[in-house]
Ligand binder design. Structure first.
Ligand SMILES: [Zn+2]
Ligand SMILES: [Zn+2]
Length: 220
């Protein structure tokens, strides 16, 4: 479903991440869910008027199985280029087998074509420019994607609405998560699109949510 501007949301179920589609000149998917109900997801994408074969890029906010499970299926239809931060791409063998929510059947590890760099890199999708913000803490290679012009932040599992990602999984680090949330709380954001649960709209609400997370982290 259309969320705002060029951004579409396909909600994840209890064990799957949200999937975002960006209707830029180069059609882009951010995270592909756990991959259990790809038929349903692909139908929804088509019913919003998009052709799978036109998908150019898949960006994974990190390498957990609930975010990368649909990569292989989408690449098969589109030949899309898959991008992920190098820290997670290099440990994908371990990360993709983590039983994040439920034990997983053996998954095919998706190929990763390009490594996302550290904070400061930009991806020009055509009409939408995403800044890559390296936000380790939930995993070593977690990134947030910031569209400065449209004030949209895709926050992966780093920050949710009034909640934060786990830091107790391999590669997680509480101190780094704290620093990462501090980093994104300085951005000018009108829409925060997290990896799970509801999105947040409105600068004040987003600031309040991130401040709330910072406060709860300071007492851990
Ligand atoms: Zn997740
Ligand atoms: Zn995760």
């Amino acid at each position: 479903m259309k969320l705002v501007g060029r951004y579409y949301l396909y909600e994840g179920g209890p064990v799957s991440s949200n999937v975002y589609l960006i209707d830029a000149k180069n059609l882009t998917i951010v995270d592909t869910g756990i991959g259990f109900n790809m038929g349903g997801l692909l139908r929804e994408i088509r019913s919003d008027g998009f052709e799978l074969k036109k998908i150019k890029f898949i960006i994974n906010t990190h390498g957990h199985p609930d975010h990368i499970g649909g990569n292989t299926r989408i690449v098969r239809s589109s030949g899309a280029t898959v991008m992920m931060h190098k820290a997670d791409a290099k440990t994908l063998d371990k990360l993709s087998m983590l039983p994040i929510q439920i034990p997983l059947p053996r998954m095919l590890n998706p190929k990763v074509d390009n490594y996302l760099g550290d904070t400061g890199d930009e991806l020009d999708l055509g009409g939408v420019v995403l800044e890559i913000i390296h936000t380790p803490g939930h995993s070593e290679g977690s990134v947030c994607l910031y569209d400065r012009e449209h004030k949209v932040l895709i926050s992966g599992d780093t920050a949710f609405a009034y909640s934060i990602g786990r830091w107790d999984l391999p590669g997680g680090n509480l101190n780094k998560l704290r620093q990462s949330i501090e980093k994104i709380s300085k951005l000018d954001v009108e829409y925060m699109l997290p990896g799970h649960m509801d999105y947040l709209a409105g600068k004040d609400k987003i600031k309040e949510s991130l401040n709330y997370c910072m406060r709860s982290l300071s007492v851990v």
